[in-house]
Structure formats: structure tokens, C-alpha cells
Design a protein around this ligand. Structure first.
Ligand code: LMG
Ligand code: NDP
Ligand code: PMR
Length: 385
């Protein structure tokens, strides 16, 4: 069965209403739920087991009481100036175990956001990154490498959503803005930073790409029109530039909401393709997630005011899919650092008790040949092949 989250309908035939949580009914038992015992899996506990196995002792530093402690991890979070990214940065920073690189397009906004959410200075650094420019992505990678910090976890979180746009807009390199930013910018970033992650001696290295329920057509939310559909990817192959090709991946007419959902499908497919290509060789954990419906974030800034007014109560009281920014940040922080979430190739979701479980992706979002094809086309578009 393909329940996307407890907070959503599955549209699978066998699922009855009582299996769904739209109206708060309990989760059916065949859902694989991962109840994490936080005390059992705290970072120290993980270190004890890992310290034996690791061959890279520099991650362990002797503390005053003679016990070894894990060095502070370094995590890059794109789009950490608001919403989910900011909440995750806060959640990780306040553990004192992470240094967060806030990779943001608006330096001042990010600094202000970090300060006003009370993230202490020693736990974060803001670095400029505009994902809608491949030059900026390369520059960011250069700057990060120069900083001399190791890279332990990369979180591809930033996104734009342009549901009311009548005409496409484009990145500096001429790609339709939502797919160009959410998918292509992140694809180049992750590819260029993979080597740094390989080199890191941290016990659990992770590359996380934020996905969403709305890109998954095996759910009710994924069936609200316009639906994600990459087709045969002729538009992507043509450069999604609206000139000699369509601005849409499938080659169709421009639709901003669809472009966003398509970009999320690309995000989820790329996570799996990274897993297939690099997990065994590098030991890096590749993961994606649906953090819940964070109906109050800046993601909906371009939507009409009436939608912004009604969407949060609709999600809170009707679909029950709503989560606060704080709760969503805790969820993503778990995928970054929880020692029990090290499985690679997984798309995580949470049930109503906020317990994580491995969710099923839609047919398209788990299509191996599409993933391979997008990888190859994207390599060409961002200048890697
Ligand atoms: C497209 O439109 C746009 O064209 C495109 O530009 C882009 O924005 C895209 O996906 C993004 O959407 C989709 C459009 C058509 O959807 C809407 O316009 C609906 C907006 C819904 C958001 C808010 C709904 C507000 C409802 C009122 C709630 C008020 C809150 C009160 C809380 C108080 C509680 C005590 O969408 C469709 O075509 C819909 C097709 C899907 C049909 C599924 C129908 C299932 C119905 C499920 C429940 C709906 C509510 C029932 C109310 C029950 C009352 C108790
Ligand atoms: P927000 O708009 O609050 O956050 C998006 C972030 O991305 C902002 O910090 C924004 O920067 C940044 N960003 C946008 N464009 C660029 C760019 N060109 N370069 C660098 N950064 C950029 O939205 P959310 O927090 O809701 O979204 C975060 C992630 O969560 C996205 O991947 C989204 O798809 C996903 N998601 C969200 C859901 C929700 O319900 N909100 C549900 C499922 C998934 P700035 O602050 O400068 O605008
Ligand atoms: Mg959707 C049944 C559960 C459910 C869930 C969990 C979401 C999540 N949505 C659900 C249902 C519905 N939505 C229904 C029944 C409708 C028709 C009334 C509906 C409509 C709707 C709109 C118009 N929903 C939306 C929109 C948006 O513009 C949002 C979007 O598609 O952004 C791409 C959105 C979302 N609904 C969600 C989530 C998580 C989103 C937005 C964020 C995202 O996927 O990143």
C-alpha cells in the first residue's frame, strides 16, 4: 500500500477510509513505522559502536573526562533563510553538535533570520548561494572548499514555487526557474560537493534532497491538478528554455504549479540515482523526505492572498496534514543526524505521532530509467558532461 503519510489519503483501490488519517483515524498496522527511541539512539550511543569500527580516528576527540566525543559535524543547508531550512538549522545548531552553513541567496536576510531565531554565532556561517545561477553554484563550492571545513552532510532544501505565473521566467542560464533552481542548481551543487563528502571522516555522511507529497501521484495530494508528469522529457532535453524547446520538462505548455511538482519528482529521482551510483562506493547515505505540510512558509508567497489565508486552516482542520515549521525542522534534523536513519535510498515520512517511516514513492518518482535519463540530460545542461 502506498500511504504517503498518515496525513494523506492513499488513492490505492484497496485502501478504505478507515485506513487513512485524513480524519484522524489510526494508521493501519501494515505501515512500516519506525519508532525511534531517542534515549537509546543518542549521539554518544552511536559513537560507542562506531568508534570501534571507524578507521579514521580524527573524528573522535578526547574530552576532559577521558571519554571520546564526536567532533562537531558540518552541514550545508540550502535556503536556510526561512521555513523548513531555517527551522532545521535552528534545531541542529541548538544541539551544539553541528556547525550549520546557511547557503542562501540573500545574505542579510539569512543573517537576520539566524539572529532572530536565536542561533548562536559559533554554530552557523552564512555563505552566499544563488541556485538560479550555475556560476553562483560553482563560486559557492569554491568558497566552501577554501574555508577548509570538512563536509559531512549536505541538505538540498531551497525551492521556489510559482503557481500564479502565466509565463515562464528563467534562471541566469536560461532554464525555467522552478526546475532550474530546485533541480538543476541542486544537481550541480551535489555533484560538485560529493568529493568533499567522500573525504570526510565523519561516521555518517549524508546527502538529503527534500521531496514532497505533491510530486507523488500515488496520493490524494499528488492528484490535485495540475499533476506532476515528466513525460518523455523532451522539454528537459531541449534545455527547458522556452525558445527552441518548451519551458516544461514534458514539452507541454507552461504551468508554474506543474513545473514545481515536476521539479520535486526530479529531486526524488536524483536521490535514488545518487544512491545507485555512489552509496556502495562511498558509504554516503542518500535520502529524501516529505516533512509534512508546512502551510505557513514563504513557499506560498506567490500564491493569491485567499489561498494563503485558507490553506493553513484547510491543512490543519480538514486534511490534518499540517505541521509547524518547528516540527518540520525537527523532522529534517532527524534525517540529518539521527543514528537510526542511516538507511540509504529512502524517502522518509512521519505519522501523526511524529514517528518516521519509509514511505513509497509513486511509479514515476521511482522509475529507474527516467532517473537515469534525467541524470544524463542534467549533466549536459549543467556542463558536467
Ligand atoms: C490549481 O488549482 C491552480 O489552478 C494552479 O494555479 C495552482 O495553484 C495549483 O496545485 C496548485 O492549483 C487547484 C484548485 C482546483 O484548487 C483550489 O483552488 C482549491 C484551493 C484549496 C485550498 C483551500 C481550500 C479551502 C477550503 C475551505 C477550508 C476553510 C478552512 C476552515 C477550517 C475550519 C475548520 C473547523 O482543485 C481541484 O481541482 C480540486 C480537485 C480535487 C478534488 C478533491 C476533492 C476532495 C475534497 C476533499 C475535502 C475538501 C474540503 C471539504 C470540506 C469539508 C467541510 C468540513
Ligand atoms: P520557503 O520559501 O520558506 O523556503 C525556501 C528557501 O529557498 C528560502 O530560504 C529561499 O530564499 C530559498 N531559495 C529560493 N530560491 C533560491 C535560490 N535561487 N538560491 C538559493 N536559495 C533560494 O519554503 P519552505 O521552507 O516551505 O520550502 C523548503 C523545502 O521544503 C522546499 O524544497 C519545498 O519544496 C519543501 N516542501 C515544503 C512543503 C511545505 O508545505 N511548505 C511541503 C513539502 C516540501 P529566500 O529566503 O531568499 O527567499
Ligand atoms: Mg494540497 C489529503 C491531504 C492533502 C495533503 C497532505 C496536501 C498537502 N494536500 C492535500 C489535499 C488537497 N490539497 C485537496 C483535497 C485539495 C483540493 C481542495 C488541495 C489543494 C491544494 C492546492 C491548491 N493543495 C496544495 C495546493 C497548492 O498550491 C500546494 C501545492 O501544490 O504546492 C505545490 C498544495 C499542497 N498540498 C499539500 C502540500 C504539502 C502542498 C504544498 C507544498 C509542496 O508540495 O511542497
Amino acid at each position: 500500500m502506498a500511504l504517503q503519510a498518515t496525513s494523506s489519503f492513499s488513492i490505492h483501490k484497496e485502501v478504505s477510509l478507515k485506513d487513512c488519517s485524513l480524519f484522524g483515524a489510526p494508521l493501519s498496522t501494515h505501515l512500516k513505522v519506525n519508532f525511534t527511541n531517542k534515549k537509546e539512539f543518542n549521539q554518544r550511543g552511536a559513537l560507542k559502536t562506531r568508534a570501534v569500527a571507524t578507521t579514521a580516528p580524527s573524528v573522535n576527540r578526547a574530552s576532559t573526562d577521558g571519554k571520546k566525543t564526536l567532533r562537531k559535524g558540518t552541514v550545508i543547508i540550502t535556503g536556510a533563510s526561512s521555513g523548513l531550512g531555517l527551522a532545521t538549522a535552528k534545531s541542529l545548531a541548538e544541539t551544539g553538535k553541528w556547525h550549520v552553513i546557511m547557503a542562501c541567496r540573500d545574505f542579510l536576510k539569512a543573517e537576520r533570520a539566524a539572529k532572530s531565531s536565536g542561533i548562536s554565532k559559533e554554530n552557523y556561517t552564512v555563505m552566499h548561494l544563488d541556485l538560479s545561477s550555475l556560476d553562483s553554484v560553482r563560486q559557492f563550492v569554491g568558497n566552501f572548499k577554501q574555508s577548509g571545513r570538512p563536509l559531512d552532510v549536505l541538505v538540498c532544501n531551497a525551492a521556489v514555487y510559482l503557481p500564479t505565473a502565466k509565463e515562464p521566467t528563467f534562471t541566469a542560464d536560461g532554464f525555467e526557474l522552478s526546475v532550474g533552481t530546485n533541480h538543476l542548481g541542486h544537481f550541480l551543487l551535489a555533484r560538485l560537493l560529493l568529493d568533499d563528502m567522500k573525504k570526510s571522516d565523519y561516521p555518517s555522511k549524508r546527502l538529503i534532497i527534500v521531496g514532497s507529497i505533491t510530486g507523488n501521484t500515488n496520493t490524494l495530494a499528488g492528484n490535485v491538478p495540475p499533476k506532476a508528469n515528466l513525460g518523455d522529457m523532451r522539454g528537459l532535453a531541449g534545455g527547458i528554455n522556452g525558445l527552441n524547446s518548451s519551458a516544461m520538462i514534458d514539452g507541454g505548455d507552461f504551468d508554474g504549479a506543474k513545473a514545481y511538482k515536476d521539479s520535486k519528482v526530479c529531486n526524488m529521482l536524483m536521490m535514488q540515482e545518487f544512491h545507485r551510483r555512489f552509496h556502495e562506493e562511498t558509504g554516503i547515505t542518500f535520502a529524501s523526505l516529505y516533512p509534512g505540510c508546512i502551510a505557513t512558509t514563504g513557499l506560498f508567497r506567490e500564491h493569491i492572498p485567499l489561498f494563503r489565508l485558507l490553506f493553513p486552516p484547510f491543512q490543519k482542520y480538514i486534511t490534518k496534514g499540517y505541521v509547524s515549521e518547528e516540527e518540520s525542522g525537527k523532522r529534517l534534523a532527524q534525517v540529518v543526524s539521527d543514528p537510526s536513519l542511516t538507511k540509504s535510498g529512502v524517502y522518509w515520512s512521519w505519522n501523526n505521532n511524529s514517528a518516521s517511516f519509509e514511505n513509497q514513492l509513486s511509479e514515476e518518482a521511482s522509475d529507474v530509467s527516467k532517473a537515469q535519463k534525467i541524470w544524463e540530460i542534467s549533466e549536459k545542461l549543467v556542463g558536467l558532461a
